[in-house]
Design a protein around this ligand. Structure first.
Ligand code: ZN
Length: 296
């Protein structure tokens, strides 16, 4: 399995930073942002080495879907196997690349079906030096929310980085199957800000746009796909907005059957801020409708 990448090698020594997009094939701002970094990072100004992967999961991208044809989530399959299914092979290849890096940024969005409040996340790993570096990278990336979550979650690119001791962050920026120019800008800026923070570039640091920092050490914190599952397969109509507040027991919206005879309210399991909201109306029973960020 070959993953297409480009390297920019600086004229001065420094660390090796890996930036990836398209772990999920329907997340487009990361792909565009990484291609812009290929054009805009000047090797003369760069200290160290940059490896840029716009589309990790090419099989999924070509399907226009989150996953490749085996329908395995690449972000649950790492570190994968060299002789497995297409997603297992991709997981193996990207895991090997992650282990060669000194620092790692993995860019995502909500894909075709969800929208995510712009945020930067990292694992609250026990190693304090790695955790502090990740916290610095996440703040430097400069999106409104910085979210530290359970380090024990497996199968992610960040799980591979954790096991290899590579400081790593991920980012989310809306979704809905769009490619928002503001999201591309925010991702290019975020990566350049992190490079400046790691002393790979000289760059004036912008004023902080971080509005909220949440550290959630609870087990499975950060696992978005298990929150607020749809009660039935049907048509979801939200009654909350992304970034809005909701209380536990209040409706997130309704899920309706084909003729509308059965309209089931979907009640929030938590009190807090809606940071992920389903935007694709068809939903399968058990799929996430929303993620609510609790005050912890
Ligand atoms: Zn993703």
């Amino acid at each position: 399995m070959e993953i297409h990448s480009r390297q920019i090698i600086g004229t001065t020594d420094g660390p090796h930073l890996l930036i990836t997009g398209g772990v999920h094939g329907d997340e487009f701002e990361p792909m565009a942002a990484i291609r812009r970094l290929m054009r805009e990072v000047d090797p003369v100004q760069l200290r160290g080495r940059l490896t840029l992967v716009p589309v990790v999961n090419e099989a999924a991208f070509l399907r226009g879907a989150r996953t490749a044809e085996d329908e395995r989530d690449l972000a649950r399959t790492c570190p994968g196997r060299p002789d497995g299914s297409v997603t297992e092979q991709t997981a193996h290849a990207i895991s090997q690349l992650i282990r060669t890096a000194d620092y790692f940024i993995d860019l995502h969005t909500g894909g075709t079906t969800m929208s995510v409040l712009p945020l930067t996340g990292y694992k609250l790993v026990p190693d304090e030096a790695v955790r502090e570096t990740q916290r610095r990278m996440a703040h430097a990336f400069n999106l409104p929310l910085v979210w530290g979550t359970d380090y024990r979650l497996e199968g992610r690119t960040l799980s591979v980085a954790r096991d290899a001791g590579v400081p790593a962050i991920y980012a989310e920026y809306l979704g809905r199957g769009l490619c928002d120019p503001a999201g591309i800008d925010a991702y290019v800026e975020g990566c350049l800000n992190v490079m400046a923070e790691l002393d790979m570039l000289d760059r004036e640091r912008p004023a902080s746009r971080v509005e909220r920092t949440v550290d959630d050490f609870r087990e499975s914190a950060g696992h978005m796909q298990i929150r607020n599952p749809s009660p039935i397969t049907g048509f979801f109509e939200p009654s909350v907005q992304l970034g809005g507040d909701v209380k536990a027991g209040e409706p997130l919206g309704t899920v309706t059957d084909i003729l509308g005879d059965n309209v089931i309210p979907a009640l929030s399991q938590e009190s807090g801020t809606v940071i992920v909201l389903r935007t694709f109306s068809r939903v399968h029973a058990g799929d996430t409708l929303a993620v609510v960020l609790e005050d912890v």
